[in-house]
Design a protein around this ligand. Structure first.
Ligand SMILES: Nc1ncnc2c1ncn2[C@@H]1O[C@H](COP(=O)(O)OP(=O)(O)OP(=O)(O)O)[C@@H](O)[C@H]1O
Ligand SMILES: [Mg+2]
Length: 388
């Protein structure tokens, strides 16, 4: 019996099915491999298929919600849909299945480690053979970062320009590709660069500053030239993290002449490079960079500490992988002045606490404890800074 007519509502189909076959789980339609729901599960059936057969009552709207939320990466809706299916299974006395599903849902999410990229060209190396770049594929997307709307708009604009590259060429234009990310620590500068790489499907090439900056005269500029020559081998997001270190390092040595030469060599490389890559420099000491340098970048994007709404959003997203009884809107005001990275730590620490205590969900107590620990940490860092 097949109910493939899209014009019939799930509820109607459900009702007819129950009337037609009172002793077997109800057929709701055809799923997955074309078998009808309601038939016994077979070995080798995938999880969704088995779910539909075994539960026999996962409504089509529940399954649709489950798949749609997974596809859209909406963790919260995915959990809600999955929990509804589990509740249904319990109601129908499929206790074993309900337990198995709960166990799967509660399994910790395995973080995907970005794979090292096998590059066509060997990585450039410095005088002592240490690599000047660390090249990795990024698994991040813009969904992983919570940013102010204006910041997101600019970042999305950069992506759109890359995707409209050919159309821009028709007008004699190039997409913007040298960008300075400026803002406090832990506000997502590196994470956004990774997200750009993930969205474009381009590897992220992290500049290894310690290897690039050499005490030998002229060597730093040579290393930078090697990096830019490597970029010709493909499309990359070149991430020049803590760009200001280049400036500071040189300043501390009072080596201003060399610094000026290095920075202007770098800017010239950025301006004259003809490859497709995007070059992102990040700094949290924008005041150390002179205005002439700012102007040489195609775009300067400011990053700021998260607003109350952004803190709540970030907490919700990070807690969405577990059961949580926390009202993130009411917790957020307590995190005033916290960076995104600190808010994220609070969420992750409270999950750790839940696991350690063998609790089933993250509670207000877990989160309060994590906030107190983070406040202590912030005080310690503040004190040690003021002693310096
Ligand atoms: N805006 C954000 N949205 C979501 N997560 C964030 C955000 N900012 C930071 N994080 C989390 O904190 C971690 C550290 O952030 P990131 O390295 O991007 O900060 P940063 O601005 O580059 O800091 P720094 O100036 O110290 O290099 C990230 O890996 C990410 O997990
Ligand atoms: Mg960074």
């Amino acid at each position: 019996m097949k109910f493939a007519d899209p014009g019939r509502s799930a509820g109607k189909v459900w009702g007819e099915a129950v009337r037609a076959q009172s002793d077997v789980p109800s057929p709701l339609g055809v799923i997955g491999n074309g078998r009808e729901i309601g038939l016994p599960a077979r070995e080798g059936d995938n999880l969704v298929t088995r779910l539909a057969y075994d539960v026999g009552m996962a409504r089509s709207d529940q399954l649709k919600a489950l798949l749609r939320s997974h596809k859209e990466g909406d963790e919260q809706s995915f959990r809600t849909a999955a929990e509804e299916i589990i509740q249904d299974a319990k109601k129908r006395r499929h206790d074993l299945l309900a337990k198995e599903l709960e166990a799967i849902l509660d399994e910790p999410v395995r973080t995907r480690r970005p794979a090292k990229v096998a590059t066509l060209r060997p990585l450039p190396v410095g005088r002592d053979e240490t690599p000047l770049l660390n090249v990795r594929n990024s698994t991040k997307s813009l969904h992983d970062v919570v940013l102010a709307k204006e910041t997101t708009d600019v970042v999305v604009g950069l992506l759109d320009e890359q995707r409209s590259r050919t159309a821009l060429h028709a007008y004699g234009l190039e997409p913007r590709r040298s960008i300075l990310f400026s803002g406090p620590s832990g506000t997502g500068k590196s994470a956004t660069a990774e997200a750009l790489g993930g969205e474009l499907g381009w590897p992220v090439a992290h500049v290894q500053l310690a290897s690039v900056v050499s005490s030998y005269l002229g060597e730093t500029a040579k290393n930078l030239a090697q990096i830019f020559s490597f970029l010709e081998s493909g499309s990359y997001v070149l991430l020049f993290d803590e760009f200001d270190m280049l400036a500071r390092d040189r300043n501390e040595r009072g080596d201003h002449g060399e610094l000026k030469r290095v920075v202007s060599a770098l800017l010239q490389l950025i301006e004259t490079t003809t490859n497709d890559s995007i070059i992102i420099a990040t700094t949290n000491h924008a005041n150390l960079l002179d205005s002439a340098l700012w102007r040489r970048f195609d775009e300067v994007i400011p990053f700021a500490l998260p607003s109350e709404a952004q803190r709540a959003e970030l907490l919700s997203r990070r807690l969405s992988v577990v059961r949580s009884d926390v009202d993130t809107d009411s917790v957020s005001p307590r995190l005033d002045g916290f960076s995104h990275a600190e808010v994220e730590s609070v969420a992750l620490d409270s999950i750790r606490l839940m696991v350690r205590n063998l609790d089933r969900s993250v509670s207000d107590e877990h989160i309060s404890y994590a906030i107190e620990r983070m406040e202590e940490r912030r005080r310690t860092i503040l004190n040690s800074n003021s002693l310096e």
